[in-house]
Design a protein around this ligand. Sequence first.
Ligand code: MG
Length: 168
Amino acid sequence: MGFDFHPFSAGRKLILGGVCIPFEKGLQGHSDADALLHAVTDAILGAAGLGDIGTYFPDSDPRFRNVSSQVLLEEAFRLVRERGFLVGNVDVVVLAEAPKIQPHVGAMKTNVARILNVQPTDVGIKATTMEGRGVIGRGEGIAVQAVALLHAVEATSRESSGKWETDG
Ligand code: MG
């Protein structure tokens, strides 16, 4: 599972799920601040036992300044595959008071599916408001939760206690 939050910031483009959404402000962050792709990145890294996004793409590293988070998710997926996993499906909840997310869900699913080598129907993206309450409700930023299912395809290639090893 993955979770991310970025505060709004004036003068930035709003990028979510790799889609540029027309809005009066964007999200603040070192990269393009795509909270959706960051949450998905953490979900697949976590499920593969690989830590989190900050492990590989620290915001202290100038290489990742304003980088497209699609590049980060691609690299995370490469690490996950190297570890012997494929992605089965992912599900995402966007918590945002505004803008409306629904019109962009199709394009977001296409982006996530392409990067993770699954079908768009294997990607769930839903959105909810916080009914005007709290940091999200006051429109101070956007939070995203994500969960991913991984399949072990090369079980014996991973160092483990043996519980994944096949017996021939
Ligand atoms: Mg982030």
